[in-house]
Design a protein around this ligand. Structure first.
Ligand code: ADP
Ligand code: MG
Length: 600
């Protein structure tokens, strides 16, 4: 075949291959156009999953009659005019490709009326670049685009379409994601004439949360933290799910850069990192987050579908996201969560302007207070439940019936259940704590802080303990002497296969020091002598924390239980153990009442 110029329609169909692969991608382009037009209300009508028809109407600025043909022509746009404009794009579209691409693979018509005009004008795409004159057509101010019979002329693409239900599912997800980026715009979606989604415009936080709840579920809003943070020209706001609200999929991850939904490696990595060691392995966090920055600092012209971006300085963006989110997650404490559960208010974290100061958020450490009252323990005893534990308690406490206004968030201990759980009473009802998991987190956080400050304090053993190991292990112990010291150990090699432990970290003095040493040694060896060892230190500290925390079946006194509760309130990330499992839960009085069919 000799070289020849391709016909317009074929050029557009080739371009369509990049941006239009299913009804949802058609809707994405049309929605973005409506958003760019300044619309306040957007209505979408879909038939047969969008395969048969997608009609979208907006009340935006409209397209003048004289420009209608251009709107359907390739590389025609009102959004940029020069290369400079490409550096600071404030609209969602700018490539001038969507309408001609869609028109080349469907039957498309466009009606638009500009403010001030007395009628709307309608134009039909016909596959060429020459158009019939627009015809008058009644239409309110704004634009409607009607796309029928998607891929009627591209059988190869048509074959890839799924069932009506699946395609509609994709459409709906797409609408939801875009709806989260523009709370100020009302949106409606109908499928086969049935109203499916109706979203009111929202300007205040309450209205926005209503929309988030409608789209991401009520549970997400209830178990998320609202945040706002700005530094160095970057602003981040939105909702992040508490670690306990993790998902098996990444389906509830919505990240917007200057209002544009993106999937970006830098972002995903920073967010993942901030949930490090509070997220159960294989689980995924949920979030709706908005990053705003000077458009000149982000390149959106990276991908035809425009869902990837490139940051001019991805390091700064990564660090800003990580520091902000890490801190917010670390500050989720029992008190916040109880407040969230109890009164339907979300914890708000309004961090200070500078990144560095985000890390200072102190709470007065609660000294041990005497529990004001113990009704529940008495009840339990009366019903013959938990006799042993309740006995301990009743004898330990005074009964005082003053209202429990002053209770700390996790309340006061009532009993220990089967040597595993601590039961406590707080303002809202019953608290159940997994004592090993909770203690493990506390020890871990203390070790991390001390390690970072180089102040893990060490204590000599009264009787140094000897441990028999392999030669290889003994070699490793010698070569990791510095790391051992930083961790609070003093270990000598006394024979080729024998080590002598002279000092251990104070926090771990109660632990089985031989087993502890073996595990730490194994961890250190697993990471070799490379520079990665410092990065791996959190893992080593987690191993140590596990050894140092109370074992199941140890009887705790009421004082010990209460001090565990107070420590939890004052420890970062205390809602999860080091493996991301929850450390405590609350059963409110109304939940208990429900269990017993007791009306209030
Ligand atoms: P782009 O959005 O990249 O500019 P499109 O092919 O999507 O390219 O649209 C071409 C032009 O048509 C836009 O630049 C805009 O001027 C106009 N347009 C498209 N849809 C609308 C709409 N809903 N309201 C107003 N103008 C629109
Ligand atoms: Mg567009």
């Amino acid at each position: 075949m000799p070289i020849h110029q391709l016909p317009h329609q074929l050029i557009n169909q080739i371009a369509a291959g990049e941006v239009v692969d299913r009804p949802a991608s058609v809707l994405k382009e049309l929605l973005e156009n409506s958003l760019d037009s300044g619309a306040k209300q957007i209505n979408i009508d879909v038939e047969q999953g969008g395969i048969r028809r997608i009609r979208i109407g907006d009340d935006g600025c409209g397209i003048p009659r004289s420009e209608l043909a251009l709107a359907l022509s390739r590389h025609a746009t009102s959004k940029i005019g020069s290369l400079d404009d490409l550096d600071r794009i404030a609209t969602l579209g700018f490539r001038g490709e969507a309408l001609p691409s869609i028109a080349s693979v469907s039957r498309l018509s466009l009606i638009s009326r500009c403010p001030g005009d007395d009628t709307g004008w309608r134009i039909k795409a016909n596959g060429s670049e020459t158009f019939n004159d627009p015809e008058p057509s009644s239409h309110p101010e704004g634009t409607s685009v009607d796309v029928r019979d998607l891929f009627y002329n591209v059988p190869a693409r048509r074959k890839f379409l799924r069932t009506e239900r699946t395609e509609f599912g994709h459409l709906q997800t797409l609408l939801h994601r875009i709806a989260l980026s523009r709370f100020d715009i009302g949106m409606e979606l109908r499928h086969n004439q049935r109203l499916i989604t109706h979203l009111r415009p929202a300007s205040d936080r309450e209205g926005k949360e209503r929309r988030v709840a409608e789209i991401c579920g009520k549970a997400f809003v209830e178990q998320s933290v609202y945040l706002q943070q700005a530094a160095r020209g970057l602003r981040l706001w939105g909702w992040i799910g508490q670690p306990s609200f993790s998902r098996s999929q990444t389906d509830l991850q919505n990240f917007y850069v200057n209002g544009r939904l993106v999937r970006d490696k830098v972002v995903t990595h920073a967010v993942r990192q901030s949930y490090q060691d509070v997220m159960f392995h294989g689980r995924h966090p949920a979030y709706v987050l908005f990053l705003e920055l000077n458009p000149e600092l982000v390149d959106v012209n990276v991908h035809p579908k425009k869902h990837e971006v490139r940051f001019r300085d991805s390091r700064i963006v990564h660090d800003f996201l990580y520091h902000t989110l890490h801190q917010v997650i670390a500050d989720v404490r029992p008190g916040d969560a109880v407040r969230t559960h109890a009164s339907d208010q979300k914890g708000t974290v309004d961090l200070p302007m500078a990144i560095d100061s985000a890390s200072v958020q102190t709470r007065d450490s609660n000294a041990l207070r005497t529990p004001p009252q113990l009704e529940v323990a008495e009840h339990m005893q009366a019903y013959g439940l938990l006799n042993q534990a309740a006995d301990d308690l009743v004898s330990a406490q005074a009964t005082n019936r003053s209202p429990h206004t002053d209770l700390p968030p996790l309340g006061y201990a009532l009993a220990q259940l089967h040597g595993v759980y601590v039961l406590a009473q707080n303002q809202h009802g019953l608290i159940v704590v997994d004592m090993h998991a909770a203690h493990e987190r506390i020890v871990y956080e203390r070790l991390k802080t001390a390690f970072e400050q180089g102040t893990i304090s060490s204590q000599p053993l009264l009787v140094p303990a000897s441990v028999t190991v392999s030669r290889k292990e003994a070699d490793a112990a010698v070569s990791h002497r510095i790391e051992f010291e930083a961790l609070g150990f003093e270990v000598d090699r006394i024979t080729p296969d024998k080590l002598l432990i002279r000092c251990v970290p104070v926090l771990l003095r109660e632990a089985d020091v031989q087993a502890l040493l073996r595990d730490v040694l194994a961890d250190l060896m697993a990471h070799g002598s490379s520079g990665r060892i410092r990065e791996a230190m959190h893992g080593v500290l987690a191993t140590m924390a596990c050894h140092g925390s109370v074992r199941a079946n140890r009887r705790l006194t009421v004082e010990e239980m209460n001090s565990l509760l107070r420590d939890m309130e004052n420890t970062q990330r205390s809602g999860q153990c080091n493996h991301g499992r929850p450390t405590w839960t609350q059963l409110s009085m109304s939940e208990l009442d429900k269990l017993f069919l007791r009306g209030r």
